[in-house]
Structure formats: structure tokens, C-alpha cells
Design a protein around this ligand. Structure first.
Ligand code: HEM
Ligand SMILES: *[C@@H]1O[C@H](CO)[C@@H](O)[C@H](O)[C@H]1NC(C)=O
Ligand SMILES: *[C@@H]1O[C@H](CO)[C@@H](O)[C@H](O)[C@H]1NC(C)=O
Length: 223
């Protein structure tokens, strides 16, 4: 499968394979992109994720969410993986991401395994996209082919994360508008939110709505 795009779009396959990008550069992504340049790329990522998942199954939801938070900010370009530097707070240190995004180290280990095997070939963005697919499979979901060839971004800012990532208090119309900005539909929101059948949420993300919501069912009222 070959997909060419003006650094935009790719599939809205089953779950989070939706790649969102912006920019004018024409680029192509392909299934089997590394077949000749790094044939073990997908296997090495899968092995790394599987080993980490075997130790802590929380790795799977964590990596799926990492991929979503990468893709929603400047497209699936690995920008969520970039560290802050003096004078620039990166996406990963913004409120939607810190401290709730977790298991960055698993992605780092997969990338390190690839650098040992085929230095400078496989993008961080592709490592994360492969790892998210592997996380879905390890969680009992369906597998899917991941077109690869994403280029890594070099820009990562707190502001871009704050402006693009939905929050726990977003309204339905906020969510519809935010997804529409990525050419995703209401149906896509519903399907992609199926990711929330696994993983954790901190109490701070929802207690306010359980205990203070104006129309809450009385059985949820805490006295
Ligand atoms: C529709 C808008 C969305 C909102 C408002 C939202 C919000 C949230 C919030 C508040 C949390 C809990 C964070 C915490 O307290 O630690 C969370 C967790 C999570 N989200 Fe979403 N999310 C959305 C869409 C998505 C999508 C599209 C995906 C992936 C396809 C996704 C995957 C996950 C996963 C897997 C977790 C659990 C993470 C973990 O266990 O570390 N979410 N989300
Ligand atoms: C196993 O999981 C625990 C809990 O997440 C973590 O503290 C530990 O570092 C993990 N060990 C390995 C080898 O990944
Ligand atoms: C959404 O689709 C329009 C029309 O095809 C395109 O111009 C725009 O770049 C797309 N936006 C994203 C974020 O992919």
C-alpha cells in the first residue's frame, strides 16, 4: 500500500492509525518501508514492546496514548518525544502530557535497538506508530499494517500541545471541532475513544464531574 500526501492524512483505520500532518511537503508512506533498509525494524520494535508489556501491561495503553498525543500535535512526527531545552518547554512537559504520559523509556529502548541494528534509518515517529500497533495487538485487539516513512519533526512546543490536545473538561462541541480540524468525524471520535477501554486515568481528570456535576445521578452524590 502506498500513500502519498501533502504531508497530510493517511488512514483512519480501526483505531489510532490516523496520521495527521500539516505542511506543504509531498511525502509518501508505505507498508514495508524498511524492508530493504532495516528488515528487522518492525520485529525489533515488537520484541521491545512485548518484553515491557510482559513486565507491566500498562505499557500498552501508555504507548497508544503517546501515539495519539504525537499525531494530534503537528502530525505523527515524533514531536511528543522531544525533550525540553533551556528556553523551550516541549510538548511532553505541557499540562496535557506531564506527568500523565508514561513509558517513554520503552520507545527509547526500541529506538536504541534499531540504532544498534541500522543506525540513522528508522524515524522515531515510525517507531512510535509501530509500537502503538503492537500495543493494540498485545492488548487483544486486531493487528493492522502500518505504512511507514514518517519524517521526524524538530519542533515541539508547549503551546502547540495546549492548542491541539483535547482535555477532560472539553465539551462535546469542543471535541467535534478539535477533531474536525484534523479532518476527523464524530464517528472517528467515537471509534478512537474505544482506546479508553484500557489504561488508567487519574482522579483529577474526572472527580469534579462525578461529585459536582449539576445533573448527577443521586447515587453518585457523596455526602
Ligand atoms: C476524544 C478526546 C479525548 C480526551 C478528552 C481524552 C482524555 C483523556 C484523559 C483525561 C485521560 C486520563 C489521563 C490521566 O489522568 O492520566 C486519557 C487517557 C487515555 N487516553 Fe484519552 N482522550 C481522548 C481521546 C483519546 C484517543 C483518540 C486515544 C487513542 C486512540 C486515547 C487513548 C487514551 C489511553 C490509552 C489512555 C490511558 C493512558 C494510560 O493508561 O497511561 N484517548 N485520555
Ligand atoms: C517492570 O515494571 C515496573 C513497574 O512499572 C518497573 O518499575 C520496572 O522498572 C520494570 N522492569 C523492567 C525490567 O522493565
Ligand atoms: C483536511 O482536508 C483538507 C481538504 O482535503 C486539506 O486541505 C487539509 O490540509 C486537511 N487537514 C489536515 C489537518 O489534514
Amino acid at each position: 500500500m502506498k500513500r502519498c500526501f501533502s504531508l497530510a492524512a493517511a488512514l483512519a483505520v480501526v483505531t489510532l492509525a490516523a496520521l495527521l500532518s500539516s505542511g506543504a511537503v509531498v511525502a509518501c508512506i508505505d507498508v514495508g518501508f524498511y524492508d530493504t533498509t532495516c528488515p528487522s525494524a518492525e520485529t525489533l520494535v515488537q520484541q521491545t514492546v512485548a518484553a515491557a508489556f510482559g513486565n507491566d501491561s500498562g505499557v500498552a495503553p501508555a504507548i497508544i496514548r503517546l501515539h495519539f498525543h504525537d499525531c494530534f500535535v503537528k502530525g505523527c512526527d515524533g514531536s511528543v518525544l522531544i525533550d525540553s531545552t533551556p528556553g523551550n518547554k516541549a510538548e511532553k512537559d505541557s499540562a496535557p502530557n506531564f506527568p500523565s504520559l508514561r513509558f517513554f523509556d520503552v520507545v527509547d529502548r526500541a529506538k536504541a535497538a534499531l540504532e544498534a541494528q541500522c543506525p540513522g534509518v528508522v524515524s522515531c515517529a515510525d517507531v512510535l506508530a509501530f509500537a502503538a500497533r503492537d500495543s493494540v495487538v498485545l492488548s487483544g485487539g486486531l493487528g493492522y499494517q502500518v505504512p511507514a516513512g514518517r519524517r521526524d519533526g524538530r519542533v515541539s512546543t508547549e503551546a502547540d500541545a495546549l492548542n491541539n490536545l483535547p482535555g477532560p473538561t472539553s465539551t462535546a462541541s469542543d471535541l467535534v471541532a478539535g477533531f474536525a480540524a484534523k479532518n476527523l468525524t464524530v464517528e472517528d471520535i467515537v471509534v478512537l475513544s474505544g482506546a479508553h477501554t484500557i489504561g488508567v486515568s487519574h482522579c483529577s481528570s474526572f472527580t469534579e464531574r462525578i461529585y459536582n456535576f449539576p445533573t448527577q445521578p443521586t447515587e453518585l452524590t457523596r455526602s
